[in-house]
Design a protein around this ligand. Structure first.
Ligand code: ADP
Length: 457
């Protein structure tokens, strides 16, 4: 059973996860051995197989740590010991194939086990033309860590269809990624919006440098602002917005315009592409409110619940909890959204990121998307701060693009035509950068902590 570990967590947390999953064998790049040594003594890892990176990429110190110490085994040499002798074990479809842990943005990390059946069906659906549309003609580059929800499934689907796979390694800055896309003629890539925000800025700085020719970009993990889609398209990229989570293997929905949606204006098309899309085949989706099922009218918000062949029904080694699964077998995603008559899901927030102001819900994602549509704004996150009268009020945290300047008043003026007055943030603060989670999303919990004092408790 393959368990990909989140190497960006603190060593203590990695040790917790290794122990909770009862991991026995570790396969590791030599450059990561110093990290492993920091928590090894807290685990019961039995054997360690080391994959050496090319010499050119290794500093002397890293080379030493890989070669030096006694009980590491060479990964390639280990594989050779099986030559001519390996017999695949008998596997039933329900047997576990792999597992991932949630990154713990919302509490202690929880493990999700994927069966062979779940991963195979998920992979077949991902390859479909109206899903990721990946075939043997593609060259795929996930800009997604392998520990993040099965590397979003891209290694599995690429292997199934025989696509060429190119991995970016540790070089994740926009210029290196763009160079790689061009050099390797990448046709499909995927990552969280913060990656594409950086890419869009690099493309805007040097529009001629990287000819991208219709590269398909899967964007997910957090909401993608419509303006980002527009900008990337200007530079020859096709954006495919998808929604999912560790618990959903992860494909839940993809936003593809339907074939009869031919008379949409440019703005409508980008707004449609910025929705989280329609449920993937075999994924059932519903919106639940306290009083029962919410209608699919594009306005009524409810909690998104899903079930299907690759949707988790429990967490590994944790008692079933009604916080996460309903008694009739649906996964409670913790996401709030609407679904319209055509079946397009629009996530307005995570339950814990919602801003509850005077009994009304303010969507942080809607405000962020609008702020990131301002030409001077590179990044924006909107969070709740405490308020004695309204319970919570929105505060906007903004990173200004290099070489631009903008005032809070100008930004509020930019938002005003699109929102009711009570929706507008009470404060706009400017920061150098927005902290990221281990999977590259905006870390709103850190912002709430930092700016709590600006509220009035
Ligand atoms: P973590 O909880 O650490 O972020 P996941 O990557 O499994 O771990 O997160 C899944 C969550 O990410 C979803 O529940 C949702 O809140 C958010 N998410 C994923 N894709 C999208 C998307 N396309 N738009 C908005 N939110 C998204």
């Amino acid at each position: 059973m393959l368990h990909t570990l989140n190497l960006r967590l603190a060593p203590d947390d990695i040790a917790y996860i290794v122990n909770h999953a009862a991991d026995r064998f570790l396969i590791v790049d030599d450059v990561l051995l110093p990290l492993f040594e920091r928590f090894r003594h807290q685990t019961k890892i039995e054997r360690v197989f080391v994959v050496p990176l090319t010499r050119a990429d290794r500093s002397a110190e890293q080379a030493h740590s890989a070669d030096g110490v006694g009980d590491y085994e060479d990964y390639e040499a280990f594989l050779r010991t099986a030559e001519g002798r390996f017999r695949p074990p008998e596997i039933r479809e329900e047997d576990p194939a792999g597992m991932c842990y949630t990154s713990g943005t919302t509490g202690r990390p929880k493990g999700v086990v994927y069966s062979h059946r779940a991963l195979v069906i998920h992979t077949l659906v991902q390859a479909m033309p109206d899903a990721l549309n990946i075939s043997h003609r593609d060259t795929t580059t996930p800009v997604v860590p392998m520990f993040h929800a099965n590397g979003w499934g891209i290694p599995y689907v690429s292997t199934l269809v025989g696509a060429k796979q190119v991995f970016p390694g540790p070089h994740l800055d926009p210029e290196s990624l763009l160079d790689l896309f061009v050099e390797e003629r990448v046709t499909f890539t995927a990552g969280v919006p913060t990656i594409w925000l950086g890419i869009a800025q690099a493309l805007a700085r040097s529009p001629e440098r990287w000819p991208l020719h219709n590269i398909r970009m899967g964007v997910g993990g957090a909401a993608v602002p419509p303006d980002l889609i527009r900008t990337l398209e200007q530079f020859g990229c096709q954006v495919m917005h998808a929604w999912g989570m560790t618990e959903t293997s992860p494909l839940g929905s993809v936003s593809v315009p339907k074939r009869y949606m031919t008379d949409l204006s440019d703005g409508e098309l980008h707004r449609l592409k910025a929705t989280q899309g329609v449920a993937a085949p075999f994924v059932e989706m519903r919106l639940m409110r306290e009083e029962g099922l919410a209608p699919w009218d594009g306005v009524t918000m409810g909690e998104v619940q899903v079930r299907g062949p690759w949707i988790a029904g429990a967490y590994h080694n944790l008692p079933a909890s009604s916080d996460h699964f309903t008694s009739d077998g649906w996964l409670r995603t913790g996401d709030i959204g609407t679904i319209d008559e055509e079946g397009y899901l629009r996530i307005t927030d995570r339950m814990k990121d919602l801003i509850k102001s005077g009994g009304e819900w303010i969507s942080s994602i809607d405000l962020e998307n609008a702020l990131m549509g301002h030409p001077a704004v590179a990044e924006a996150a909107v969070i709740a701060i405490p308020d004695p009268k309204w319970q919570e009020r929105p505060l906007a945290v903004v990173v200004v693009k290099p070489g631009h300047s903008v005032t809070p008043e100008e930004l509020l003026g930019h938002l005003a035509p699109h929102f009711p007055k009570w929706y507008l943030p009470d404060h706009v603060v400017f920061v150098e950068e927005i902290p990221r989670t281990s999977t590259g999303k905006f870390m709103k919990s850190a912002l709430r902590e930092r700016f709590r004092g600006m509220g009035r408790p």
